[in-house]
Design a protein around this ligand. Structure first.
Ligand code: ADP
Length: 190
């Protein structure tokens, strides 16, 4: 089983690369951002609560996203492997994921990080805001807040996965194919 975590700031290209890796390795995509946006579109109670955080660029509470991941994993027991995209985003989420995967006998193969500088991230997100209509991509102060939250809450996961010898980084700029190639090479060394 190949179980990968894609890691990197908003706009690093996790979703784009996830699409590529899913196709190549026949993996199941678990994106908490997509799951949350689906809840918002369906106007569920969970979606309404999540939206109030997402619109401002804050993280949705751990209990909500961990619950969603648990449900999703229990439903997809027969998968070839998983790509976690946008999760875990806090140390509490990483610990919950470890416990959940342990209980299911699923090991994490590695965390793949995409490195992109801040100016490029902001340009990419503003462009995505025009093409996708995502409200959190249309306001520079919300984007800046998401990057700040990433640095404060999510970057510490680097040490968490490094301590498990599971942290691998590639340069996240260049063509989509070049970046995908870098990821595939990295996966082959794990
Ligand atoms: P991006 O990587 O561009 O921020 P996502 O779709 O991954 O896009 O996330 C969009 C928003 O959804 C985040 O800003 C956050 O509010 C919420 N979100 C997604 N995943 C998580 C998570 N694991 N924990 C908490 N909030 C999350």
């Amino acid at each position: 089983m190949l179980n990968l975590i894609l890691f990197g700031p908003p706009g690093a290209g996790k979703g784009t690369q996830a699409d590529f890796l899913i196709e190549k390795f026949k993996l199941n995509h678990i994106s908490t951002g997509n799951l949350l946006r689906r809840q918002i579109a369906s106007e569920t109670e969970l979606g309404l609560e999540a939206k109030s955080y997402m619109d401002k660029g804050f993280l949705v509470p751990d209990s909500i996203v961990i619950g969603m991941i648990r449900t999703k994993l229990l439903k997809n027991k027969e998968a070839n492997g998983y790509i976690f995209d946008g999760f875990p985003r806090t140390v509490a989420q990483a610990k919950a994921l470890d416990e959940l995967l342990d209980s299911l006998g699923i090991p994490i193969t590695g965390m793949l990080c995409l490195i992109v500088e801040k100016k490029e991230l902001i340009d990419r997100l503003l462009y995505r805001g025009i093409t996708s209509g995502r409200p959190d991509d249309q306001d520079v102060s919300v984007i800046e807040n998401r990057i700040k939250v990433y640095q404060e809450k999510t970057e510490p996961l680097r040490d968490y996965y490094m301590a498990q010898n599971k942290y691998h980084c590639v340069e996240g700029t260049g063509s989509v194919e070049d970046i995908a190639q870098r990821l595939i090479e990295t996966i082959s060394t794990i």
